[in-house]
Design a protein around this ligand. Structure first.
Ligand code: DC
Length: 217
């Protein structure tokens, strides 16, 4: 079984996907984290985003690993680093590079070969798994999405201003949905859920109900 959850930043994808994975006993893959890990690699190595040769070389030797809630780059746990502002500010530009997307999509498809999965991202229902059993597209008001992200980051002890977060979300929405290659969009057969003002529990139950109605459980 493959469940695809797409939507813009802060729409609730990862929180909801984790809960659904637990509830159904399936594996969750945060595909945004994969793009974040590679962005961290490029920033660490000071690679210019125009330097295709170097980018291809690093893609060939990519060493990322995701275990439960921990994210590893070259064997090092970088779970906190990949959520920081410099990564959020650069990740959409990295995710717009054709070669990067090809590599990540390939890894995501391989990941699902041997197991039932729920994956969240921007192109899961449209590109990675156009035949996913269930496709959900989560949306929410921009202000609420920024507030959720702000709260999340502050709780982790990082210092940011609300305006900084708001601006980052506006920029990423714009870059993610206007990029040339596989931009963020709702698959025609995806079910859209607006999570504005809804509790996590309510959205989770709505999705579980959709799963039940499709006789997939
Ligand atoms: O889900 P996130 O905010 O951690 O994702 C970080 C960025 O990665 C996002 O701004 C766009 C990109 N991304 C993508 O292009 N395709 C995906 N399947 C997942 C994320």
């Amino acid at each position: 079984m493959i469940i695809a959850i797409d939507g813009p930043a802060g729409s609730g994808k990862s929180t909801i996907s984790k809960l659904i994975a637990e509830n159904l006993g399936i594996t969750y893959l945060d595909t945004g984290a994969m793009y974040r890990l590679f962005t961290l690699k490029l920033l660490k190595e000071k690679v210019l985003l125009t330097d295709k040769d170097k980018i291809n070389k690093f893609l060939e030797n990519l060493d990322i690993d995701i275990t439960n809630d921990r994210f590893y780059l070259d064997g090092e746990n970088v779970s906190e680093e990949i959520r920081k502002t410099d990564i959020s500010e650069n990740v959409s530009k990295v995710a717009a590079i054709k070669e990067v997307r090809e590599k990540m999509v390939d890894l995501q498809r391989k990941f699902s070969k041997s197991q039932d999965v729920i994956m969240d991202g921007r192109d899961i229902g449209t590109v990675v798994f156009p035949n996913a059993d269930i496709k959900i597209f989560l949306v929410a008001d921009l202000k609420e999405r920024a507030e959720r992200r702000y709260k999340e980051i502050i709780e982790k002890g990082q210092k940011v201003s609300f305006d900084e977060i708001y601006e980052n979300i506006v920029n990423r929405d714009n870059l993610d949905s206007t990029r040339e290659i596989t931009p963020l969009r709702k698959a025609e057969d995806a079910i859209e859920i607006d999570t504005t003002g809804k509790s996590i529990e309510k959205v989770k139950n709505e999705i579980l109900e959709i799963c039940r109605n499709r006789n997939k459980l």
